[in-house]
Ligand binder design. Sequence first.
Ligand code: NAD
Ligand code: UD1
Length: 338
Amino acid sequence: MRVLVTGGLGFIGSHTVCDLLESGYDVTIIDNLYNSKEVVLERIKEITGRAPNFYKFDVQNKEKLEEVFKKEKIDAIIHFAGYKAVGESVEKPLEYYENNLDTTFALLWMMKKYGTKNFVFSSSATIYGVPDKVPLKETDPRKEATSPYGESKVMIERILEDVSHVNKDYNIAILRYFNPIGAHKSGLLGEDPNGIPNNLLPYINKVAVGELKYLNVFGNDYPTKDGTGVRDYIHVLDLARGHVLALKKLETNPGLVIYNLGTGKGTSVLEMIKAYEEATNIKIPYEIKPRRSGDVAINYADCSKANIELGFKAKYTIKDACLDGYNYQLAEEKRKNS
Ligand code: NAD
Ligand code: UD1
């Protein structure tokens, strides 16, 4: 079975490609390297001992996309390619809507023309907006998103539902990720954003290796256990597994299915700092700062649906993710300086 993975050299895509190859799937990657590097392809080969087919172009390019569908029999698509920086999306709404929507449209047209029936989409917990209650269930309402990034995910979910409605033979899995963190055990794959990171764990990693002095903790007056924001952090290797399990589910012809992928546990910023310090033996200095605009107090998943229907259960702990993330950051710094 051949799986087309768009954005397969990115953070979540590269880990998923490894799991797919190790699980016996054939993989074709399309990535324009907007937010990734070609060296990731070599690392995937080093980890798995297998070589995915790779094409470097923008998924919005229908002519080039069609060449791939003509050449290869694509049985399923996992669509990771897209822009994902929440803050940037507010500044660049057109770029975000265009890239996230047009890549999806281009793929859906190819499915129609070339008979591919299986589609897995990277959605986000952001579609729940400001939650009325936690844990969040798949049946909870999608809310108006607080950013163009989030709104693009809401729109694509709607589009997929409409497309599924008239294509009863399509099998579509919408996967709503909570907060992916960590890195590959080999230290070869992970997340290393350019510039100052926006997200918590990439920021802590940079503090741990001495690139940044201290962490800013955004708010300690939330109605949570210690006043800091609570999130559901999931190891990227567990998240990758969720995609393989979702593909297996699609083989049973379920139509359109939606799953939260998280751990079901909420962790505060201060708890995360403590876990990181315990896992790595490195002190993470921090300063309490005002709340970051747009942040919610608490957000974590009810993952019982994915557990019952996919057999999905996160097996790695927060500490595993902290250590793996740190080891990757350290290895990356060494590689850059050598
Ligand atoms: P990433 O930026 O590391 O990976 C995305 C990959 O897609 C990159 O390699 C990039 O070069 C590629 N890409 C972007 N636009 C492209 C295009 N038009 N054509 C070809 N390639 C293109 O991001 P990630 O963290 O791996 O996220 C993957 C998906 O999961 C995204 O859709 C993102 O919105 C979604 N998601 C991520 C998170 C998260 O916290 N990382 C949370 C929820 C949902
Ligand atoms: C953010 C996005 C979300 C997206 C996800 C992808 C916003 C509002 N939400 O989630 O849509 O799907 O990234 O990974 O941008 N924190 C600090 N100091 C920091 C960074 C973060 O205290 O330097 C805190 C935040 O206030 C929050 C928690 O850490 O309480 C997690 O933040 P982050 O990693 O940015 O993820 P989210 O905001 O949950």
